[in-house]
Design a protein around this ligand. Sequence first.
Ligand code: 6GU
Length: 225
Amino acid sequence: MRIDIITVLPELLESPFSHSIMKRAQEKGLLEVLTHNLRDHTPYKQGQVDDYQFGGGAGMVMMPEPLAILIELLQKDRKYDEVIYMTPDGPLFSQKAANTLSLKENIMIICGHYKGIDERIREHYVTMEISIGDYVLSGGELAAAVVVDAIGRLLPGVLNDETSALFDSFQDGMLAPPVYTRPADFRGWKIPDVLLCGDPKVISEWRHEQSLKRTEERRPGLLEE
Ligand code: 6GU
C-alpha cells in the first residue's frame, strides 16, 4: 500500500513512521509513506498557502490552488482509492474504517491547518473525511499519523504472531482482556490462577469472559453495535 500525505509540516510526520512496526512495514516493502510539502507547490510567493476567509472572521483558510496543483500532480501518476481530508468535523475513525482502508492500494491524505481548507477542495477532490475524536488538534498531521498507524499494522505480513491484530481490542467488537507477564507473584500481587492451568480452552474461555465483562463495564455501547 502507498500513502501520500499532503502537509505544511512534513517534519511532524517523520518520527511516527520511523520506528517499530511502521518502520518494519516499510522495510519489508508492504507500506510506503510519502510526505509532500504543500509550500513546495504553491504558485504564490514566499510559499504562501493560506489567506483570510471571505465574509470575515478570525483564522486563515488554506487556499484551493496549491492543494489542487499538488493533488492533480499526484493523481497524474496513479489512481487513488481514497482522497482523505483530516478534519474534526468528519465522521469518527474506527477499527472498522481502518480494516476497510487497509484493503486499498493507494491513499492520499490531506492535513488541514488553521480554520481548514477551502470548501471547494472538499467538494471536488476529497472522497472521504476522517476525525479521530471530539476534540480539536492544531493540525491534521497527528491525526493522519494515527490513521496511518492503525491501517499499516493491518497489512498482511506486517504483524507476526507476537503482535497479531486478531485479538486486538475492537477487532471483534469487544475490548481486550487483561494480560500478565512474569513474575507470577510481584510484591504479593498474584496473577489469576487460571492462566497457570495449562488448558488452552479454559484460558480462552476466561479471556472471553473478561473481554465481555470489561466491555460491559467500560464501553456498553460496543456490545449493542
Ligand atoms: Cl482529523 N484534525 C484536527 N485538526 N483536529 C482533530 C481531528 C483532525 N480529529 C480530531 N480532532
